[in-house]
Write a protein that binds this ligand. Structure first.
Ligand code: NIG
Ligand code: FE
Length: 394
């Protein structure tokens, strides 16, 4: 993760189809390449565009009131237990038509792409009933098909027990049965998701409940992701390792055994430092993960409650200052490793022949300025498949 294989005075050749044809020193560009549309990027840095492997960016309404409550001392878990938090976003998301939800989400994802992210994992989980989960997942598909965004979809129907199922243990069990017997099969049948996620933590779902959901997802050929160990050693990370999940996310409370479990099972550890900052919680120990040989990704968690940050460059800075990754490790984490956790590392996340030309042009010759001057407007151009979608060519 610490070796970015930087090429000084490099060139990138892009095909008419928007893939990378060649990368190397400028004075070694093969003469066979047709040189049209040459762009002089002297003094600037080219790097892979950001890959955001954990977002909940399709939601209705907002929770800015909760932001003020939390800053006044209220606790995220208490707000959630009292029927606010995720459940408030569920109410607001259920109220919107599919078109309204699409337009709100389109505005958000467009801002995120302007800030350098061209690939997104997006979760459902603000429906918690069949109709609204499908609505959210259809919006995600429209962002891909109509909006032209590079997107994968994750069904997070087991994000929380919905208000209407909180009356008794039997109601809770019936909700889980609906997720397993009705929602996941419908989602898979309609081809609306690539992965399944579960919020396995205190106040959400137990490891046993989560295992039942994820086991069903495996039967349906979905990849697995787990919200794990955010509030304690709650069994999510161990479950992710046991089931061979693609990613275990949050991981604020993680001991050496849990780290070894993730490493040995090839699970990517996805850190969400924006959430730690917004909620005023500790930061996951990124250094220990790297030193123990776990593949680390960093993502925004962009969601209406615990972190609505849209700018992955800011989150990248927090991965250094909070999770103690080096700038090089953090860049690997928001590009190649994030793509690997989504099964897309053969398409995006690195500048290599055959990959999509999803490229950031930075107005600096030292990539470390992304961390040193975190949040500064260093992005000169954002390219998706060779097309500038933000900033100019010159
Ligand atoms: O990843 N931890 C659970 N889910 C989200 C928060 C969702 C919300 O608060 O709306 C997260 O932080
Ligand atoms: Fe999340």
């Amino acid at each position: 993760m610490s070796d970015l294989r930087i090429i000084k005075n490099g060139s990138v050749a892009v095909t008419d189809e928007g893939t990378i044809a060649w990368v190397g020193p400028a004075d070694e560009v093969p003469s066979s390449l047709r040189r049209t549309g040459v762009i002089d990027c002297s003094g600037d840095t080219l790097m892979p565009a950001f890959v955001d492997s954990h977002t909940h960016l399709v939601w209705g309404g907002d929770r800015k009131d909760e932001l003020e409550q939390r800053l006044g001392g209220a606790d995220y878990e208490e707000i959630f237990a009292a029927g606010g938090g995720i459940l408030s976003s569920v109410r607001q998301t259920r109220e919107l038509s599919e078109d309204e939800l699409y337009l709100e989400s389109l505005a958000r994802i467009s801002r995120m792409r302007r800030a350098g992210t061209t690939t997104f994992e997006i979760k459902s989980g603000y429906g918690l009933d069949l109709e609204t989960e499908l609505k959210q997942l259809r919006v995600i598909r429209r962002l891909r098909d109509e909006g032209g965004f590079r997107v994968t979809a994750t069904c997070l129907a087991a994000h929380a027990v919905p208000a209407e199922s909180r009356g008794s243990d039997a109601d809770r069990a019936a909700f889980l049965t609906r997720v397993i017997e009705e929602i996941l099969p419908a989602v898979a049948e309609q081809g609306l998701a690539d992965s399944c996620d579960v919020f396995c933590d205190r106040g959400a779902f137990t490891p046993q409940e989560s295992r039942a959901v994820l086991t069903k997802a495996l039967e349906l050929d979905l990849e697995l992701r787990v919200h794990a160990n955010e509030f304690g050693h709650t069994g999510g990370a161990a479950l992710a390792a046991e089931l061979g999940a693609a990613s275990a996310d949050h991981l604020l409370a993680l001991d050496a055994d849990e780290r070894a479990g993730l490493r040995d099972a090839g699970v990517v550890a996805t850190l969400l430092p924006g959430t730690s900052m917004v909620l005023g919680k500790p930061f996951a120990d990124g250094r220990a993960l790297v030193e123990d040989g776990v593949a680390v990704a960093v993502a925004s968690d962009c969601n209406p409650g615990s972190c609505a940050l849209e700018n992955l460059a800011v989150v990248l800075g927090l991965a250094c200052y909070g999770n103690r990754l080096s700038p090089a490790e953090a860049i690997c984490a928001v590009t190649h490793n994030a793509a690997a956790s989504m099964g897309l590392d053969d398409q995006v996340g690195s500048l290599r022949p055959g990959r999509q030309a999803d490229i950031l042009r930075l107005a600096t010759e030292d990539y470390r300025d992304l961390v040193y001057h975190a949040g500064s407007p260093l992005l000169r151009t954002v390219y998706q498949s060779g097309t500038p979608i933000h900033g100019g060519h010159s």
